[in-house]
Design a binder for this molecule. Structure first.
Ligand code: PRX
Length: 647
């Protein structure tokens, strides 16, 4: 039953926000009616070396497919995030860093200091042979150097590819090779929730499988003793000793690549999502301004990891482009205990917190006491991202964490979209728990059925977007055809998001989750095909099928069905071994939550696995399996139902 409660815009927000209800309507209309004029006007919030004279130049049709924004504009992203603030707020804090352990010492950088750090980093990269257009793989923990490294790439026009520190050497090697990256920036180790992550050792492992790799630049983070390979590995502090702290910014065309970020799809290997310079930065900056109503002097905290798109857009690029003070936390919200996240809020008097439903659900489990032990009176606004937020978690966030005082901004978007597309504006939009509410200016959502029929009014369907927006991805690295086929071939002339969605009678959007073979585990995307190919790579496995299942904290968990090779005995030990195997092949986030040994998988007579049935069994919804008579061997279903597992 949908939650029908409405939380009206608090009067103080309606009066003081950047955008009120009438303002939103005006912006939205203008963005569609005269898109070129609207976007050229919005583009003025960036500093351009050469201002653009054209806005969008795009087509989603196969014949003239292509996406460009501001294509004659020239700018540098690091100048927009740093240099242009120096005259007005050079001595204000740009980055606050809070370490994993509450006993550790934090660090702070003013915009002026950030300028020095980024220039130094850029000069180190140059000295290692990195030039404009080169790909730099960044495999760092959540330390300030992660922000310096991406901004340094932007300064010299190198393309960064950040790989989340939780990915395995195997996954890292695949990402290094795919974009033919010659250098990896890493650290000795990372710290997360009191544990050490052996990043440098992982890079050493990955290097064996990544022949393109020539250099490894190592930041000293924990001081652990790590072996260095002569001729390949360089300590950052050694390389930085002799370099200048000024580095002239490279003038970049608006359509020059800024970064690649790998993300899972429904088929094959992860795709390198490519974002470019002008449109992406404008979208990150504008959405941070609109959705979170940032004001100078406020402390902004996006509790994501730089390894995900949320960290790119809302720890680094959006906030810094807006001259914000952005907080980076090395660790996790609930370590050493469930008060940690709120203690950090109090310590730095955080104004806005942006986190995931998974984090909220894990905190909810611990009850209200750890929250109520803290003040949180600095909080003005709370944001949510990464997965559908269930109304219960929404209310807890609103009532318990925010003491009923702070609007909740539930933001729907994707790696591909560069920044938020559907979300409330705190001064403009009445809230409904569990709904991402309304599209931002320039965003044109539509609901379609499986045949592509457009659904009007209140409806339930697949979410597509009929217009481009500046922050849209431009291609899949090295495979432009895959870009078109993945997103624009299902519904002709439209971008298919892969999400299901309901629109209610007030025009509010309720994202219901992925309708393709992508699982959203704790707000992180995992392709079922990736987990399956990791499983079948095990010598004892003949076949595997992976589906999502409901999980009370993670939103979705991973349910794997495994058929063993003839003669191999199923056992609990083997189940553990296979789970560990997947963990090693991809990373901890891919570890199956449940693994069932299956004598066979339900297939059609043409050999296609019936995932619909597997999903139902994983969900425990065995009463409504639908028609199984078309299966090659209907008897396998009985066995699957009988031997369903819960772990
Ligand atoms: O299914 C949607 C879900 O996360 C997917 C995108 O994942 P990723 O590219 O990893 O980006 C995550 C951070 C933006 C979407 O296709 N998703 C993201 N935000 C929401 C959401 N589902 C519902 N509500 C949201 N607010």
């Amino acid at each position: 039953m949908p939650d029908r409660a409405l939380y009206p815009v608090p009067p103080e927000w309606a009066g003081r926000a950047h955008v009120d209800a009438a303002g939103y309507e005006r912006l939205y209309r203008a963005s569609l009616e005269d898109a070129d004029a609207f976007w050229l006007e919005q583009a003025k919030r960036l500093d351009w070396v050469k201002a653009p004279t054209v806005a969008g130049n795009w087509s989603f049709d196969e014949a003239d497919f292509g996406i460009k924004w501001f294509e004659d504009g020239v700018l540098n992203v690091s100048v927009n995030c740093i240099d242009r603030h120096l005259a007005t707020r050079g001595d204000e804090t740009a980055i606050i860093w809070e370490p994993d352990s509450p006993d550790g010492e934090g660090r702070r950088f003013t915009y002026r200091e950030l300028h020095g750090e980024v220039c130094r980093f850029a000069n180190v990269l140059k000295a290692q042979g990195v030039a404009k257009g080169d790909r730099v793989t960044i495999y760092l923990p959540m330390i300030p150097e992660a922000a310096f490294a991406v901004l340094a790439c932007a300064r010299i026009g190198a393309i960064h590819s950040v790989v989340f520190g939780g990915f395995s050497p195997e996954a890292l090697a695949g990402r290094i090779e795919d974009c033919d990256s010659k250098i990896v920036v890493t650290a000795d180790e990372g710290c997360r929730g009191g544990r050490r992550v052996p990043l440098k050792a992982n890079v050493d492992e990955a290097a064996k499988r990544a022949p393109s790799l020539e250099k490894v630049l190592v930041v000293r983070a924990t001081g652990a003793d790590v072996p260095m390979t002569g001729g390949r590995d360089v300590w950052f502090h050694d390389a930085a000793a002799g370099v200048d702290t000024d580095c002239p910014p490279e003038p970049m065309n608006a359509e020059d690549p800024l970064f690649i970020l790998y993300t899972s799809g429904s088929t094959g290997k992860p795709k390198g999502v490519l974002h470019t310079t002008g449109g992406y930065l404008l979208w990150a900056s504008l959405t941070h301004h609109w959705c979170f109503d940032y004001r100078p002097g406020e402390v902004w905290w996006c509790a994501a990891d730089i390894g995900w798109v949320t960290g790119h857009s809302y720890i680094v690029y959006g906030p810094l482009a807006n001259g914000a003070t952005t907080l980076m936390h090395e660790g996790v919200p609930n370590w050493p205990d469930a008060s940690r996240i709120w203690q950090i809020v109090d310590k730095y008097e955080v104004d806005t917190l942006y986190t995931s439903p998974t984090a909220l659900r894990s905190l909810m489990k611990e009850g209200e006491a750890p929250v109520k032990a803290t003040s949180r009176k600095s909080l003005k606004l709370l944001g949510s991202v990464g997965e559908p937020i269930n109304p219960e978690a929404w209310r807890w966030y609103h009532d318990v964490a925010g003491d009923g005082r702070c609007p909740i901004v539930d933001t729907w978007w994707q790696t591909e979209t560069g920044g938020v597309l559907i979300a409330p504006l705190p001064g403009a939009t009445d809230l409904k728990p569990g709904s991402a509410t309304k599209p931002l200016p320039g965003v044109a959502p539509e609901l379609v059925d499986a045949e592509g029929q457009v659904l009007e009014g209140a409806a339930d369907g697949n979410l597509v977007l009929t217009r481009s927006w500046p922050g849209q991805m431009r291609t899949v690295w090295g495979d432009h055809d895959r870009f078109f086929q993945t997103y624009f071939s299902t519904y002709k002339g439209k971008y298919f998001t892969g999400d299901g969605c309901r629109r209610d009678e007030d025009g509010y959007y309720w994202i219901t989750g992925r309708v393709d073979d992508v699982i959203n585990v704790s707000g992180h995307r995992m392709g079922t095909a990736e987990v399956e190919s990791a499983l079948v790579a095990h010598p004892k496995v003949a076949e595997a099928a992976v589906v999502g299942m409901p999980h009370e904290v993670k939103g979705q968990g991973i349910y794997a069905y495994v058929t063993l090779n003839a003669g191999v005995e199923a056992s609990d030990d083997l189940r553990d071994e296979l789970c560990k195997w997947v963990r090693r092949e991809i990373g901890p986030i891919a570890t199956p939550d449940a693994l069932q040994f299956a004598p066979g998988l339900p297939k059609t007579r043409s050999g296609k696995i019936m995932r619909r049935i597997l999903r139902k069994i994983a969900e425990g919804d065995v009463g409504s399996l639908g028609d199984t008579s078309t299966l090659a061997d209907p008897a396998v279903v009985d066995d699957l139902v009988e031997n369903r597992v819960t772990r």
